[in-house]
Design a protein around this ligand. Structure first.
Ligand code: ADP
Ligand code: MG
Length: 761
């Protein structure tokens, strides 16, 4: 008898652990309000890792399999067409229509080996992602029969409707056409059964409507300017290219829980939610062991990235629970940026298979770290010199110092432009929030390099250096690599840090297109190098020797840019005060920061270097302001909806339960006993009532503020009004809701809580 009973118990336990349906149906029957949340938790209990195995081939064998790279070009193109593409990539020489047809045909033949049915021009409009319109290879031939065709014309250019993408007014209503044109420097690739051709996107009038066009211009500008400076030292330098190694941070949330949070689904972040008793305070997530469901997702993502020739290398847990990071080996900026765009897209698709949703928002959860995207940037010559890496020789290090000093000056002069390139509705919750770089721009160099710069500036007296002084200086300079090897300084609080052979711009947001900051950094560097060279040339024209002229300008630049150097804790309050004294700006107001694109210094960088024309610049500002306004508008609307239609009714239900309870107490006990027993519940009823009233009042006021803002005439006024008059309500309303979450019975709370969202394994 006991034995049978024991078996029964074992079976029941087995049933309970195997299937949570039994558990959840009881929960669901209890209430209809919290249905979504409990359904989601039930689904979560049933999750099992989806096993992913590595391909049987070696990584080196399947790496780049889905890319039309040089090897495939050689295989699938006639030799003259192959040469034409290589000339276009390397020398920018255009090819004719006949060649284009040959290239398209070869590309199609290669794509057919993967049963590809469609092709698309893949571009980066000014939205938060890429755009693609798929067309089949299907066409009628002259006899009216169906054939599969992909012509050179279709490869090179398409005409999507520009009016459906953010354009800030560039598009005239009578001419909505836009053009996409193949960027030969970025190879075509296959995703699913579609051949993707990376393109730029411009208006009918030739103005840029995307990120890629100005990025290519900025890269060309920095190439030209840096090459000219390099040649003062190394005459055989012909080209300088910029590299980018991005580090992508992201959160994973179980898809069922995500779907039960309308705020997450609609805005990418939680607009309410009381903090979890445990989040990141134990520092136990960073570099911790990766849960199996996540490992399988990462594995599949990596395999797909490698097939697409994206050299992802590093993966680890980040500081916040459920936060992770992925980083590749650095590449040329244009390619690295395409790859980052592609990765963000791949992540989302692959996560869906594993029942995860990827959050790229900069601050999906209040109170825990947000997500950034570090941009590791360097400049390299075609002769193989990394201009941000010290060498063993004094001459090499003069080149290194020259470039480092110009970076200092570039950031110093263009703090506002750099900030303008990374501000957004999402990033504004992250910057300056004691876990990310502040909105103040500064550069960390490490103690030794800082000391070296000061020493160099000091030694370079105004008078001409004697031979001995020169020797001493060179000796000092040649010590740089040894010093840097010892120098393990790592300052994680700096927005722009020197990390041994590159600069790391850490202020960019996780969801941003890397091009936004790369356009500005490379354009500003080009501008700075041009000014630096012009100063030296002017001195040479006065009869000063090149070496002396260089020393003189270097010294002046080191001194003039000194205020941008900061080695201390960038998150501290003291730094804010100190930065203010130094005259560094700290703009947390999003539209105000965006308007700095139009400040005199920014204009001279962007217009002089021909990154934008006047019209493009104004339109870009309009697009950014509009994006910001609309994002806050959407957040405000969904918060209003959730507050009034989900939270307040839940609060009323709970209040009624309390009132019911109070009635029972009054019927059962004497008035004196009732007074005593019911006092806490009465207080709670009142407190809930106060929160309800406050929420309703604040939502009314917020709606009114929105209406007023919407009626304003210009985009600037609207954005300023949203920042100043609408945005503050989001936090105020949230405070009341988060209090209610603590007070109301968990059983009827409709939205998954932080402790559930953040700890899904
Ligand atoms: P950490 O987190 O310590 O900053 P990671 O390894 O996560 O370092 O990321 C460093 C990134 O910097 C990688 O993408 C790496 O390829 C890139 N990187 C390394 N050297 C350079 C360089 N010279 N120029 C540009 N990027 C670089
Ligand atoms: Mg880093």
């Amino acid at each position: 008898m006991t034995k049978i009973y024991q078996i029964f118990i074992v079976q029941i336990t087995h049933y309970l652990t195997k299937s949570s349906i039994f558990v959840s149906t009881t929960l669901i029957n209890k209430t209809t309000m919290s249905k979504m949340r409990f359904f989601a938790l039930q689904e979560l209990a049933n999750r099992r890792p989806i096993q992913v195995d590595y391909p049987t081939q070696k990584l080196s064998e399947y790496y780049g399999a889905h890319v039309f790279d040089r090897k495939k070009m050689q295989e699938f193109l006639p030799s003259e067409a192959y040469k034409a593409v290589i000339n276009a990539i390397e020398k920018g020489i255009p090819f004719n229509r006949e060649m284009a047809d040959m290239i398209a045909n070869g590309m199609k033949s290669w794509a057919k080996t993967f049963q590809v049915t469609h092709y698309t021009h893949w571009f980066q409009p000014l939205t938060d992602g890429t755009a693609e319109k798929h067309d089949g290879f299907i066409e009628f031939d002259d006899e009216g029969d169906i054939i599969e065709r992909f012509s050179g014309k279709l490869l090179i250019q398409q005409e999507p409707d520009a009016s459906s993408f953010p354009n800030g007014g560039i598009r005239n209503t009578f001419e909505a056409r836009g053009y996409t044109a193949w960027d030969v420097s970025s190879p075509a690739f296959i995703v699913d059964k579609t051949l993707c051709i990376p393109t730029i996107f411009i208006s009918y009038t030739g103005e840029a409507l995307d990120y890629k066009t100005p990025l290519l211009k900025a890269l060309a500008a920095v190439d030209k300017a840096a090459t000219a400076v390099c040649r003062m030292f190394v005459p055989d330098v012909k080209r300088v290219h910029a590299n980018l190694g991005w580090e992508q941070e992201y959160f994973l949330v179980d898809t069922a829980l995500y779907n039960a949070r309308p705020d997450l689904c609609i805005t990418g972040r939680t607009l309410m939610g009381h903090s979890s008793p445990k989040d990141q305070q134990l520092d136990d997530h960073y570099f911790g062991s990766i849960p199996p469901r996540v490992t399988n997702f990462m594995k599949e993502l990596e395999i797909e990235c490698h097939k697409l020739g994206i050299p992802v290398k590093t993966r680890h847990n980040e500081a916040a629970p459920n936060q992770f990071e992925l980083a590749p080996i650095f590449e040329d900026v244009n390619l690295a940026n395409d790859h980052n765009q592609l990765v963000m897209d791949l992540m989302k698709r692959i996560a869906t298979k594993h029942k995860f949703t990827v959050l790229l928002h900069e601050k999906p959860f209040k109170g825990v770290n947000g997500s950034g995207k570090h941009n590791n940037w360097s400049l390299c010559t075609d002769t193989g010199i990394n201009l941000f890496a010290p060498t063993k020789t004094a001459e090499g290090n003069m080149l290194f110092l020259t470039f480092v000093v110009n970076v200092l000056m570039m950031v110093y002069k263009n703090q506002d432009l750099l900030r303008a390139s990374i501000v957004s509705a999402g990033n504004s919750h992250r910057l300056g929030a004691a876990e990310a770089p502040p909105a103040i721009l500064s550069i960390f160099l490490g103690g030794h390099l800082t000391h070296m710069l000061d020493e160099v500036a000091e030694r370079l007296g105004d008078a001409k250096l004697t031979a001995d002084e020169k020797k001493a200086l060179q000796l000092g300079i040649s010590r740089i690599p040894a010093i840097l090897l010892d120098n393990t300084d790592r300052n994680r609080t700096s927005p722009f840090a020197f990390t041994g052979n590159r600069f790391e711009f850490r202020a960019a947001g996780a969801s941003a297109n890397c091009a936004a900051s790369m356009i500005v950094i490379n354009a500003a560097m080009a501008h700075q190098l041009n000014e630096f060279k012009a100063q030296i040339d002017a001195l040479i024209a006065e009869g000063i020797e090149q070496e002396e002229a260089l020393y003189k300008v270097l010294k002046e630049t080191i001194i003039a840019s000194k205020n941008i150097r900061f080695e201390g804790d960038g998150y501290s309050e003291e730094w804010k005060e100190e930065a203010l004294k130094r005259g560094l700006t700290n703009i947390c107001h999003v539209p105000e920061a965006i308007m700095k694109f139009n400040a005199p210094q920014s204009r001279s960088v962007l217009l002089d270097e021909k990154i934008f024309n006047e019209n493009e610049l104004i339109c870009r500002i309009e697009v950014e302001l509009e994006k910001y306004t609309k994002k806050v508008q959407i957040e405000s609307r969904i918060l209003g909806d959730l507050a009034i239609n989900h939270i307040v009714p839940t609060a009323v239900i709970y209040q009624n339960r309390l009132l019911e309870n109070l009635r029972g107490l009054r019927e059962t006990f004497s008035p004196e006993e009732y007074e005593e027993l019911g006092s806490d519940r009465k207080a709670l009823v009142k407190e809930i009532q106060q929160h309800i009233l406050a929420i309703k009042q604040l939502v009314r006021e917020m709606t009114e503020a929105r209406k007023i803002s919407n009626r304003l005439g210009s985009q600037v006024e609207k954005a300023f009004s949203y920042e100043e008059h609408v945005s503050p309500y989001l936090e105020k309303i949230r405070e009341h809701i988060d209090h209610l979450e603590l007070e109301i019975d968990d059983e009827i709370w409709p939205l998954p809580k932080y402790r559930e969202l953040l700890f899904t394994k």
